[in-house]
Design a binder for this molecule. Structure first.
Ligand code: SAH
Ligand code: SF4
Length: 362
């Protein structure tokens, strides 16, 4: 059992069964999430007997870092982690300096923020069952769900790494390998633990969950009213076209997905982001932009478009800069704010949809 898998009440119960005082649970929690300890001998505030018992019963460090890859500009680091059963996942840190501020999804496209950010992109599953044709993770198929602790542990590894530079993670996006809403309970347990003031105490508004568009889970997420941002991978404005690249569209059509987003905005008053991988000649024409704008009419939303990243299993090509600008302009003229996101970490296959490249080749 991973220590990171436990929530505070469960850990408190365990300690009670061991006849330990209740405050010990809080001490362990503080050690894990505030001091970022990851081995039993670091818990010097605990009696030795308890440390030994914890070590016998729990795994403190569930992720083995197999490989780091740094992009040539030094701003992106991908880590390949091996899990206890040999499965591999990836997590990516992207640094944005003040001069290169990442477009803020909550503001209109030309507003950039003048502070540096360190955005961590984490995985929720090994592989993915959704089979989007343009995505390396989809191309490798589904291996298994991650436990909440395996999701949390990715954050803690990078928090530890950044602490050496006196820095911390500023944003977390659930956009690595896997579909977070297919592993709903574990993902939300991880979100809540990272957010917990007694845990890592990381602001919910600085987290973003991206989903392929699983309608019941979007509604459930809306009902649960977390302050976490929601992003939906849409990529097409027409059902046949979406179905050709995203098998999930067989289960949930575009209008159902957008309807669920309207429900989310009504419930939470929060803006939804739609993600759009721009594929040359497939979903990047002004006509498509107009069709999309019509679908999104009246919805509090924003489109985040990114020229397609290459993957071995898909022959589609990225839209060029000019066509991307035209797509954005057409959407905005029709009243839908749009940002063209810059590519990051392409040279180490750490861009959106490229994760699992290394994992697959092992
Ligand atoms: N499963 C979730 C989150 C992980 S994918 C989801 O699909 O939303 C993160 C984002 O990368 C999604 O918007 C996904 O559609 C996008 N993506 C996948 N493959 C891509 C590629 N080759 N180029 C650009 N974006 C891609
Ligand atoms: Fe899975 Fe998201 Fe990739 Fe689709 S884009 S296969 S949902 S990880």
């Amino acid at each position: 059992m991973l220590l990171y898998d436990l929530d505070l009440p469960t850990l408190t119960d365990t300690l009670k069964q061991w006849n330990e005082p209740a405050y010990r649970a809080k001490q362990i929690w503080q050690g894990l999430y505030q001091h970022l300890y990851n081995s039993p001998d670091q818990f010097t505030n605990l009696p030795n007997t308890l440390r030994i018992r914890l070590a016998e019963n729990f795994n403190f460090s569930p992720l083995k870092s197999k490989l780091y890859l740094d992009s040539s500009d030094g701003q992106t680091r991908k880590t390949l982690f091996e899990l206890h059963d040999g499965q591999v996942i990836e997590a990516v840190l992207m640094r944005y300096g003040p001069e290169e501020a990442e477009p803020d999804p909550r503001h209109s496209s030309h507003v950039t923020r003048h502070s540096s950010r360190r955005t961590l992109c984490i995985s929720t599953q090994a592989g993915c069952a959704m089979g989007c044709v343009f995505c390396a993770t989809g191309q490798m198929g589904f291996k298994r769900h991650l436990s909440s602790g395996e999701i949390v542990a990715q954050v803690m590894v990078y928090a530890r790494m950044l602490r050496e530079e006196n820095l911390s993670v500023t944003n977390i996006v659930f956009m690595g390998m896997g579909e977070p809403f297919h592993n709903y309970d574990n993902t939300m347990a991880a979100v809540d633990r990272v957010n917990d003031p007694d845990g890592y105490n990381f602001g919910a508004r600085r987290m973003t969950i991206s989903t392929v568009g699983l309608v019941p889970q979007i509604k459930r997420f809306a009902d649960e009213k977390r302050q976490v941002n929601l992003a939906i991978s849409l990529h097409a404005a027409d059902d046949d076209e979406r179905l050709a690249i995203m098998p999930v569209n067989k289960r949930y059509r575009i209008d159902e997905v957008i309807e669920a987003c309207r429900y989310y905005v009504d419930k939470t008053h929060r803006r939804v982001t739609f993600e759009w991988a721009l594929i040359n000649g497939v979903n990047d024409s002004p006509e498509v932009a107009r069709k999309l704008a019509a679908r999104l009419k009246g919805l509090l939303c924003h489109v985040n478009a990114i020229p397609l990243n290459p993957t071995t299993g898909y022959s589609g090509k990225a839209t060029d800069r000019q066509r991307a600008a035209k797509f954005k302009e057409t959407l905005e003229q029709a009243g839908v704010p749009c940002t063209i996101r810059m590519k990051r970490g392409i040279d180490i296959a750490a861009g959106c949809g490229q994760l699992a490249g290394v994992a697959a080749s092992l």
